[in-house]
Ligand binder design. Structure first.
Ligand code: FES
Length: 108
């Protein structure tokens, strides 16, 4: 079972999840990483679930078109949309300073 280490607000949370678990789905039924994980649509549209992958990125599939559209250049900095990830390996994530808007809309 994958072990998830989740950093937010200067705190670290850690738990095991089932193979193939989706963290946004879990949070939606009030299971770890609830209530710490911020998320919204669950469909790759809002970007609120964006996290920086600190370790374990090598086990993830390539970003899908929704992540490419929402995260853009932030993909190269290690950001992923966790609603689009089904975990099969250990992963360490951070959600501090998570972007909640599309990078193309942050000029104001
Ligand atoms: S929850 Fe909206 S993009 Fe992931």
């Amino acid at each position: 079972m994958p072990q998830v280490t989740f950093h937010k607000g200067g705190k670290t949370f850690r738990d095991e999840v089932a193979d193939g678990a989706n963290l946004v789905v879990r949070a939606g039924i009030k299971r770890f990483p609830f209530p710490h994980l911020s998320y919204g649509c669950g469909m790759g549209k809002c970007g609120k679930c964006a996290c920086r992958v600190l370790s374990g990125a090598e086990h993830l599939p390539p970003p899908n078109w929704k992540e490419e559209q929402r995260l853009g250049a932030r993909l190269a900095a290690g950001w992923r949309l966790v609603c689009q990830l089904w975990l099969a390996h250990d992963i360490e994530l951070a959600q501090d300073n998570a972007p909640t808007e599309d990078a193309r809309c942050t000029s104001s």
